[in-house]
Design a protein around this ligand. Structure first.
Ligand code: NAD
Ligand code: DAU
Length: 341
C-alpha cells in the first residue's frame, strides 16, 4: 500500500504516520507538508530513517508541487493538512480559506486526474456547529458552522461531496471530536494548560468554562483512520467521538490534580467570540460498520499525555519559539485585560 498523507508533520498527522508504520509492515508513506508554525519535522524524528517513510516539503495550494508528488502513484490519500486553531481564524481567516478550502480543491482535482482509489478527508465535528442540549449530531445532520475555521472546513466537506458526486472521486469523510495526546501544539487547550500550569502561570479559561467537548485520545483516532483506509464504504461520512463529553473546567481541574497544582491558577477571561457551547456526535455508524470503538479512557489518556509533555521539554521549547510566541503574547495580552477576579 502506497499512501500520501498531507499535514503529516502536525499533531494528528504525525501520530497517524507513526501508528501506520508500526501497525503495517507492507506500507510506504509520503508525508507532504508545508511546515507552517504547527508542522514540526521533530514530530517524526524517530521514523525519519525508516525506508518506508518519505518527507516532501510542499504546499497543498501549489498545483505543480501537488502534481509532482501525485506522480509517485498512490493508492490512497489521507488529507490532514489544514489551518486548525479557531482563535487564529478569528484573528485572520485568510489562511484558513486558502489552505482548508482552496488547498482541498487542489488535492481533489489531482485525485480526479490521477485516478486515486481512496481519498480520506479529515474533517471535524465543528462543521455541525453548536449542539443544543440533549442533541447528538448524526452524519445526516445539516452543516451549520459557527467560526471562520469551521466554515472553511464545512466548505471543504461540500467540495469533497461535490467532487464525489460530479467526478466520482472515491472519498470518505471523517468528522471527529477534539483530540488530545503527545505532539499537540501548545496553543490548544490541553497542552496549553499542562505547559502553563507547570510554570505556575495563570490559566486562561474562556467565559464561564462550562463549554463541553468530547476529548478523544489521538491513538484511538489513528485506529479509526486506519480502518477507514482499509474498509470504509466509498462515498460515506463517519462521525468519530469518545462518547464522554466534559466541561472545560473539569478538564482543567483534572490536569491540575495530576500535576499537583492549585485551582487558584485558573483565571476566567473574556470569552472567544461566537464560542460554540457544546459539541456532541452520534458515532454509532463507525461502531456498527467498521467495528471501531475508543480504547483509551480520558484518565489514562491525560496521564499519558502529561507524562509525555513532562519528558519532552526540548520539543516544547522548540514549539514555543518564533512565530508562535508572537501569537501567544498578542492573543493573551488582549484577553488578560478583561480577566475577572
Ligand atoms: P495541526 O495544526 O497540528 O497540523 C496541521 C499540519 O498541516 C501542519 O503540519 C502544517 O504544517 C500542515 N499544513 C498547514 N497548511 C498547509 C499547506 N498549505 N500545505 C501543506 N501542509 C500544510 O493540525 P491537527 O490538530 O493535527 O489537525 C489535523 C486535521 O484534523 C485538520 O484537518 C483538522 O481540521 C482536523 N481535526 C483536528 C482535531 C483536533 O482536535 N486537533 C479534531 C478534529 C479534526
Ligand atoms: O472539535 C474539533 C476541533 O477541536 C478541531 O476541529 C480543531 O482543529 C481544534 O482546534 C479543536 O477546536 P476547539 O476550539 O474545540 O479547541 P481548543 O483547544 O482551542 O479549545 C477547547 C476548548 O477550550 C474551547 O471551548 C475553548 C476553550 N479554551 C481554549 C483555549 C486555547 C479556553 O478556555 N482557554 C484557552 O486558552
Amino acid at each position: 500500500m502506497k499512501i500520501l498523507v498531507t499535514g503529516g508533520a502536525g499533531f494528528i498527522g504525525s501520530n497517524f504516520v507513526r501508528y501506520l508504520l508500526r501497525s503495517q509492515k507492507d506500507v510506504e508513506l509520503f508525508n507532504f507538508d508545508k511546515l507552517t508554525y504547527a508542522g514540526n519535522p521533530e514530530n517524526l524524528s524517530d521514523v525519519a530513517d525508516d525506508p518506508r517513510y518519505h518527507f516532501v516539503h510542499g504546499d497543498v495550494n501549489d498545483r505543480r508541487a501537488v502534481d509532482r508528488v501525485f506522480r509517485h502513484g498512490f493508492t490512497s490519500l489521507v488529507h490532514f493538512a489544514a489551518e486548525t486553531h479557531v482563535d487564529r481564524s478569528i484573528e485572520d481567516a485568510s489562511p484558513f480559506l486558502k489552505t482548508n478550502v482552496l488547498g482541498t480543491h487542489c488535492l481533489l482535482d489531482a485525485a480526479r486526474r490521477f485516478r486515486l482509489s481512496r481519498f480520506i478527508h479529515i474533517s471535524t465535528d465543528e462543521v455541525y456547529g453548536n449542539a443544543p442540549a440533549g442533541v447528538s449530531f448524526t452524519e445526516e445532520s445539516p452543516l451549520a458552522p459557527c467560526s471562520p475555521y469551521a466554515a472553511s472546513k464545512a466548505s471543504a466537506d461540500h467540495l469533497v461531496a461535490a467532487y464525489a458526486n460530479t467526478f466520482g472521486v472515491p472519498a470518505v469523510v471523517l468528522r471527529c471530536t477534539n483530540n488530545f495526546g503527545p505532539f499537540q501544539f501548545p496553543e490548544k487547550l490541553i497542552p496549553l494548560i499542562i505547559t502553563d500550569a507547570r510554570q505556575d502561570k495563570p490559566l486562561p479559561i474562556y467565559g464561564d468554562g462550562m463549554q463541553e467537548r468530547d476529548w478523544l485520545f489521538v491513538e484511538d483516532y489513528c485506529h479509526a483512520i486506519a480502518l477507514a483506509l482499509e474498509t470504509a464504504e466509498l462515498g460515506s461520512v463517519y462521525n468519530v467521538s469518545a462518547g464522554a463529553p466534559q466541561r472545560n473546567l473539569s478538564v482543567v481541574r483534572t490536569i491540575l490534580r495530576h500535576l499537583g497544582k492549585p485551582e487558584a491558577l485558573v483565571q476566567f477571561v473574556e470569552d472567544r467570540p461566537g464560542h460554540d457551547r457544546r459539541y456532541a456526535l452520534d458515532s454509532s455508524k463507525i461502531h456498527r460498520e467498521l467495528g471501531w470503538s475508543p480504547k483509551v479512557g480520558f484518565e489514562e489518556g491525560i496521564r499519558r499525555t502529561i507524562e509525555w509533555y513532562q519528558a519532552n521539554s526540548a520539543w516544547l521549547d522548540h514549539a514555543l519559539s518564533g512565530e508562535y510566541r508572537d501569537f501567544y503574547h498578542r492573543h493573551y495580552a488582549r484577553r488578560a485585560k478583561t480577566i475577572r477576579t
